[in-house]
Design a protein around this ligand. Structure first.
Ligand SMILES: [Zn+2]
Ligand SMILES: [Zn+2]
Ligand SMILES: [Zn+2]
Length: 134
């Protein structure tokens, strides 16, 4: 047969757990389609947070505790430009500093749970505000 074009090039590189459409994978316990988990499932509990230790998105620190096999590490302040907060509604990613400075998604206008910021120290460094309390 005539054509012996290049084979085995290009077609094979989408194996494994690649992100599809650029959407990060979220690891949660009993999670719904908008990243509410078993622990936080009010209407406003729609964000997932990427953890510095493993670069994986979890709906909350309890999910990390149950699913990961290592202790949490918080994001250092110098990396607050990194996209590490995922809106469960529209799936856009916010920078840490951006998230901490707003109470709703800049893209879909969904309201975030203001209570999450009360334990921001579980995810993000609180350098500058004294000792992180337990
Ligand atoms: Zn981790
Ligand atoms: Zn959870
Ligand atoms: Zn959104």
């Amino acid at each position: 047969m005539g054509g012996n074009g290049p084979v085995g090039q290009g077609a094979d590189q989408w194996h494994g757990r690649m992100r599809l459409d650029g959407e990060p994978e979220v690891f949660g316990v009993g999670m719904d389609a908008q990243t509410r988990c078993r622990h936080y499932h009010q209407a406003v509990d729609i964000i997932a947070i990427k953890h510095y230790c493993c670069a994986r998105y979890y709906p909350c620190h309890h999910c990390h505790e149950e699913l990961a096999d290592h202790p949490v590490m918080v994001w250092p302040g110098r990396l607050f430009d990194e996209p590490a907060v995922l809106c469960g509604i529209c799936r856009c990613e916010l920078g840490i500093g951006q998230y901490l400075g707003t109470d709703r998604c800049p893209r879909c206008d969904a309201r975030f749970n203001p209570g999450c910021k009360l334990h921001r120290g579980l995810y993000f460094s609180t350098a500058g505000s004294g000792d992180p309390e337990g």
